[in-house]
Write a protein that binds this ligand. Sequence first.
Ligand SMILES: [Mg+2]
Length: 386
Amino acid sequence: MNGHVPSPPLEPLLQDSDPGMHLTKGKSHTHRIILHADMDSFYASVEMREHPDLKGKPVVIGADPREGSGRGVVCTCSYEARKYGVRSAMPISHAYQLCPHAVFLPPRFAVYSRTSERVMAILHGYAEKFEQVSIDEAYLDLSYLEDFTDAEQIARQIKEEIHLSEQLSCSIGIGPGKVVAKIASDLQKPGGLVVITPGQIKEILYPLPVSRIPGVGRKTGEALVQRGISTVGDLAEADIQQLMGVLGRWAVPLQKLARGIDDSEVREHTDSKSISREVTFETDIDSPSVILETLEGMARELGKDLAERNLFARTVTVKIRFADFATFSRSRSLPCPTRDIRAILSAARDLALPLISKNRVRLAGLRLSSLSHVDRNQTTIGEFCG
Ligand SMILES: [Mg+2]
């Protein structure tokens, strides 16, 4: 670790300081039931729904592979493609080498966004407190229910409703907090339903590899394993002084998470004044061109979102998180509102380039804000940029 103290992405999970959050509908803080729903290989599943002949085949969504000479990256792929080692954010040429007979498709972000909106509406129907965390993931606070058995019943209904109305499958995890629910939803993918009650945390969570804890990345995981802390249970029961030597200020919060202690609230996002996309790479990326291609994909997706909603954006923000979890955001206001993808991308490249040349990148994000409806006759930046 070279004395370096990692700072895991725990901010959204650990920021809660609202004293009211410990009470949910008059029930005690110990009664929390959180559900995490995560669509299974979302983009690929939507494509398979639209093209039933693709079912059971390896499907790779991303850039054109051009028989192995194509540039660009994999957005996502089906579980069949994953069996060949194909992963998201991998260069498309590599994916082609691994699985040349896969069906390669260009992404259709507008279709995925519309599907996502309908799926999220279904999920939101089951909980007033609802937090969408990405295009295909959300948390629901089901603490209004009597117990985990009721929650499991609700989860079955949700899966059935999504299957009936969208012909898509999702994996659901239920736990006493967001982190346990998220770990649970990943345990039996695809199509999983895993409930972890407070009483089952030792039995189910403790044997898992320590890297399952959000915030324990590869480097941190390796450092822990070197010190004999290889499972969640090892982390939960480790000597706190020893842990502080490895994890610094993250020792206490990470040990809490390993014990399944996590009070972070399910937060409804009320900010409709911006639209954004983020990608966490499966492996840290050190190639600026891969990161720029990813930003380009997000710019196209966001440009389509703007067009669909007849909106224009004035502010472009790029967010980059490095392998050591240091996170930087850079914003630029454009001369006038636009939804021209070239203008958005040009700003995003200018903002990202000085950041990404020096370090391996874990996450890239693009946000458009200062959104407005603009008179058709008004000049937009596309005309300035040519
Ligand atoms: Mg998913």
